[in-house]
Design a protein around this ligand. Structure first.
Ligand code: ZN
Length: 343
């Protein structure tokens, strides 16, 4: 399917309505359970499909309304994980603590993970659809291992499960499958050494478009503090982009607007589609369409226009719902403005 110039999309997550879950939290509690919760998740998914289409975005997602957290949503359907005895663990190289489940036996999928929301998305979105899954390396960094004793081995085991679900999502009619790998920006050498291999294993056999999202995290305080320690130039992408450029993954999502990422690092992704972050998710200040178009203009120095896809820097799960909606509008309007300016 051909796509418009500067085809716009979000990184993945969107805020959950207050009747679905606690707001402005990374691991929010659901407001219902059982059938009532399932219905509320579906309602919230429909609401965000409509909102994304109304703003004029080109690729539509489910807003991750059905998962409590972008990693644990997948893990809940995995056999071999003990969710009843979570432990406190420092994640992303101890940047912050999280209560994580434990891997206690061989990993297997209990069944489909995201069939309901993927089919809902396919049935109601009129445009191309994207579905997000956590990447193997980031999963490994968000569970406590009591079984494998080897990060690479465990990552490959998760990659097999992700692959199983990804192939099923493709069969559901998903156009783009994106793996989220914020851990690539934390363990740069590991990412280049085996993270990309694990990612390719997760994407094996897919004929739909494949993508990877690598970011500096949600706009939560721990990440804001961490970013303040990274200096004037954030060169983390430099280690992994060459490996990704050689990989079979089609699209790479990166942070740009308000980040300290030197934009010329995008040149390392020659041959790939580049999802350029033109919306800051760590600030409630809403971008203007002009600012969005300016960021696209900056990226055009390093990325051919047919390969440039405007995106948010990261997911918007912990944001205010109204702010997120206005940022989606800015993303769509700024992309339209860029089409006029540079088209
Ligand atoms: Zn992100």
């Amino acid at each position: 399917m051909s796509r418009p110039l500067f085809s716009s999309t979000i990184a993945g997550s969107l805020p959950k309505p207050s009747w679905l879950a606690e707001t402005r939290k990374l691991w929010p509690q659901w407001k219902a359970d059982g059938a009532e919760l399932a219905q509320a998740k579906a309602d919230a998914t429909l609401l965000w499909i409509k909102a994304q289409e109304d703003t004029g975005l080109d690729v539509i997602g489910d807003g991750e309304q059905s998962r409590q957290h972008f990693v644990h949503g997948f893990l809940e359907q995995v056999e071999g994980i003990d969710f009843d005895h979570k432990v406190r663990m420092g994640i992303r190289n101890n940047r912050y603590d999280a209560m994580v489940p434990q891997v206690v036996s061989p990993l297997r999928l209990k069944g489909r993970v995201h069939a309901t929301e993927a089919r809902l998305l396919r049935a109601h979105a009129t445009r191309r659809i994207k579905f997000t899954l956590p990447g193997p390396m980031t999963i490994v960094d968000t569970v406590a291992d009591r079984f494998y004793g080897d990060r690479v081995k465990m990552a490959m085991a998760f990659a097999d499960l992700l692959n199983q679900e990804a192939l099923a999502l493709q069969a559901d009619g998903v156009d783009i499958i994106q793996f989220d790998e914020p851990a690539f920006n934390v363990y740069m050498q590991d990412a280049a050494d085996w993270g990309v291999k694990a990612l390719e294993r997760a994407a094996e056999g897919l004929t739909c478009t494949t993508a990877v999202h690598i970011c500096y995290g949600y706009g939560i305080q721990a990440n804001v503090d961490w970013k303040a320690t990274l200096g004037d130039e954030w060169r983390q992408y430099e280690a992994v982009f060459p490996a990704l450029a050689k990989s079979r993954i089609d699209q790479v999502s990166l942070e740009c607007f308000h980040s300290h990422v030197p934009p010329d690092l995008m040149k390392l992704l020659d041959g790939k589609d580049v999802m350029v972050g033109v919306i800051d998710v760590a600030s409630d200040e809403v971008e203007t369409p002009e600012q969005v178009a300016d960021t696209i203009g900056l990226a055009l120095k390093y990325v051919p226009k047919q390969r440039l896809l405007p995106c948010t820097n990261c997911g918007m799960a912990p944001m205010d719902r109204d702010v997120a909606l206005r940022k989606l509008q800015a993303l769509a309007d700024g992309s339209a403005l860029a089409r006029k300016r540079y088209g």
